[in-house]
Design a protein around this ligand. Sequence first.
Ligand code: BTN
Length: 245
Amino acid sequence: QGWEAQILDSIDSTNAEVLRCLAAGAPAPFLVLAERQDNGRGRRGRQWVSPFAENLYYSLGLRLEGGVFSLDGLSLSVGLAVLRCLRELGVVEAGLKWPNDLLVAGRKIAGVLLELSGDPAGECQVVIGIGVNVNMLPGSRVVIDQPWTSLRECIGHLVDRTALTLALGRWLEHYLSLHAQGGFAALREEWEACHLWQGKEVSLLAGPQRIDGVVLGVDSLGALRLDVAGQERQFSGGELSLRLR
Ligand code: BTN
C-alpha cells in the first residue's frame, strides 16, 4: 500500500501511538501494528484484551480536511472493509452488528474504534483502530468479559498475520476510497445486507437509559433507525450499545 508503517513489540495502545506520531508530524497515512498492547482501548471506555503475538492490533492514521471527507458513517464503512476481509479468509458466516462489531454466531471476532483529534470541521487526524482475534483460542488463559471467537477457531487452522495485514490494507483502501467518493450513503445498502440484526427486537442502551425498538436499518450517515412504539427514530453516537431482547 505504500503507507509508512511502524511495527512494535509492545505499546500501550496502537491508537494512542498513532495519535502521538501524527501530532509529532508523521506522514499520513501512518500505520502502527503491535504484538501486544498493555492498555488496548475498546469502545465505551472498555479494555481490549491484547495478548502477545496472537492477534492483530492495527491502527491507521489519516489526516483529513474538514468537509472533504465525511466522518459520518466512517466507522461503519471500516466495519464493512474488515468484514469483507474476514469473509475472504473463509469466515463466511461473519456479520456486522451496529455500529461496528464483527460477530460470528453471536460471538465477537473483531472490533473497530475510531478516535479523532483536531477540529472535525477543519483540519483533523483520525485513527482507525482495528482489533481482530486471530490465533487466540477459547479455553486458553485469556479472559474476556464477552463471548468471543477467533479466525483460527472459525477456519480451523493458524492464520498468517502478515497475509491478514496486507489483505486488510487492500480492503480498507477499497472501502475508504468508496467512502471518500460517495460518503457512507454509497455503502448503506451493502452494509444493511450484512447487518445481522436487521428486523430484530433490540434494546438500545445509552448509559442508564434503555430504549426498546425494532431495527429498521441505518440512514445515509450511519445512524441506527429504530421503530420505537410505531415511530421511527434515529440514534448515533459512540456511547450507544445494542442488545437483543
Ligand atoms: C471495540 O470495542 O469493539 C473496539 C476495539 C478496537 C481495538 C483495537 S486494537 C488496535 C487499536 N488500538 C486500540 O487501543 N484499540 C484498537
